[in-house]
Design a protein around this ligand. Structure first.
Ligand SMILES: Cc1cc2nc3c(=O)[nH]c(=O)nc-3n(C[C@H](O)[C@H](O)[C@H](O)COP(=O)(O)OP(=O)(O)OC[C@H]3O[C@@H](n4cnc5c(N)ncnc54)[C@H](O)[C@@H]3O)c2cc1C
Length: 384
């Protein structure tokens, strides 16, 4: 039976970038359970793929700092932009921050496919189990056994099952005794406790806020939804939230006491938020919508909550809605400079299956691509 030099399990963002950077003289195959590769890239960023961000640093990621740092140094945002340029992709920058494909995610998918055309694609094939016999990996799939000298696990996270997501990456790691953190939904909308159900009544409204969660300060839009709260700021907050309180500053660029000072208008009229939100927010913090001048000392104290509305979400919308999965193969189980398992020679983990998760804004593709290049560079140096 044929023994490949390298088998890459999963045919998503990290897999294709890894194959793109592997020497074309190597005998490589990519196994994926979908009929086409890169199914998550296809739908990402509303079909236009938020590839990376103007500002990328280790602070934008939840995970082992040294691992992330090394990956970002090996393949930085600038390197990624260079790859795009080389492939005639001219991304657009939205909100002065986010790099998106101009026309569609197909621009980057096609570039990745072109650059990885020396790899064989084995599609519509589910990976069930991996064994290592002597120095050879045996991959048990729905289409029989495939063998390889080196194995790269790039099977992503658990969210969006409809796109082929499974937990096989963690199962493989566990079967070799490699420690993992179980997946949990992240970059996901949050559900509310009854005390915050007032927010559901505002479904469809959005506003710019600052959110403080677990000592992280996040600045973006939040969206009120009929199931709870969502929008970029909430999605990023979900990455850091650990069951406790978080705090919303609904007027991050104003001072409520300056706004009301000396005004004869109603409170809800001077608060620069959509009227429905101002009224609901005042009611929620126990302040009557009266003339600004008539506000008592006690009400002033309550009014300060507009800058610091503290509450504990009930939970989140779950894996079906989560953009990513937090958790994965623990960073300390992997060689920082290669992403090879410390325990199993020749076994590598890249992308979302590793316990590194980025904030919203292109950080998860940046990690997928950076970790892929770390691994490919290491494999190119191995004698196969
Ligand atoms: C709706 C949505 C929008 C997103 N938008 C963005 C965005 O704009 N910017 C951003 O940075 N991130 C975004 N993300 C996150 C991003 O898509 C992922 O972090 C990224 O794709 C991870 O790359 P990966 O290679 O690790 O995994 P994936 O790209 O998920 O690839 C893993 C592959 O492995 C395959 N696979 C899994 N199990 C098996 C098995 N048992 N057998 C065979 N194959 C298997 C899967 O089908 C998949 O094709 C978004 C995610 C979602 C769900």
């Amino acid at each position: 039976m044929k023994i490949y030099d390298i088998l890459i399990l999963g045919g998503g963002a990290s897999s294709l970038m890894c194959a793109s950077h592997l020497k074309s003289s190597l005998d490589i195959a990519i196994i994926d359970n979908n009929p086409k590769p890169a199914s998550k890239v296809k739908i990402s960023g509303g079909g236009k793929c938020n590839i990376t961000n103007v500002e990328v640093s280790v602070n934008n990621f939840d995970g082992e700092v040294d691992l992330v740092n090394h990956a970002l140094q090996t393949y930085s945002k600038e390197d990624l932009l260079g790859f795009l340029e080389k492939n005639q992709i001219e991304p657009e920058i939205r909100k002065n921050r986010y790099y998106f494909c101009r026309k569609s995610s197909d621009e980057i998918i096609n570039a990745l496919k072109r650059n990885s055309c020396h790899a064989e694609y084995i599609l519509n094939t589910s990976v069930n189990e991996v064994k290592k016999i002597n120095d050879t990996f045996e991959v048990n799939t729905s289409r029989g056994v495939f063998k390889a000298k080196k194995l790269v696990v790039a099977t992503g996270g658990k969210s969006y099952k409809t796109l082929g997501a499974t937990e096989i990456g963690l199962d493989i790691a566990k079967s070799f005794g490699i420690k993992v953190k179980e997946f949990s939904p992240a970059l996901v909308g949050m559900t509310l406790q009854p005390a915050q159900f007032w927010m559901k009544e505002l479904s469809g409204l959005s506003c710019y806020v600052h959110i403080t969660v677990e000592e992280k300060l996040l600045k973006e839009e939040m969206l009120f939804a009929h199931k709870g709260i969502s929008g970029p700021c909430i999605l990023s907050a979900s990455l850091y939230w650990k069951k406790g309180n978080m705090s919303i500053n609904f007027l991050p660029e104003e001072n409520i006491f300056k706004l009301i000072s000396g005004s004869k208008k109603l409170l809800s009229s001077v608060i620069p938020l959509p009227k429905r939100l101002s009224k609901a927010l005042l009611e929620a913090i126990g302040v009557k919508d009266i003339e600004c001048k008539k506000i008592s000392k006690e009400m002033r104290e309550k009014l300060a909550c507009i800058h610091n509305y503290e509450f504990a979400p009930a939970g989140n919308f779950g894996f079906t809605k989560a953009e990513v999965s937090r958790g994965g193969v623990l960073g300390k189980e992997l060689e920082e400079k290669t992403l090879e398992s410390m325990q199993v020679e020749g076994l590598y983990f890249i992308g979302e299956v590793v316990d590194v998760t980025g904030e919203l804004g292109g950080y998860n593709f940046q990690w997928a691509f950076s970790s892929a290049v770390v691994c490919a560079s290491a494999l190119n140096k191995v004698n196969l």
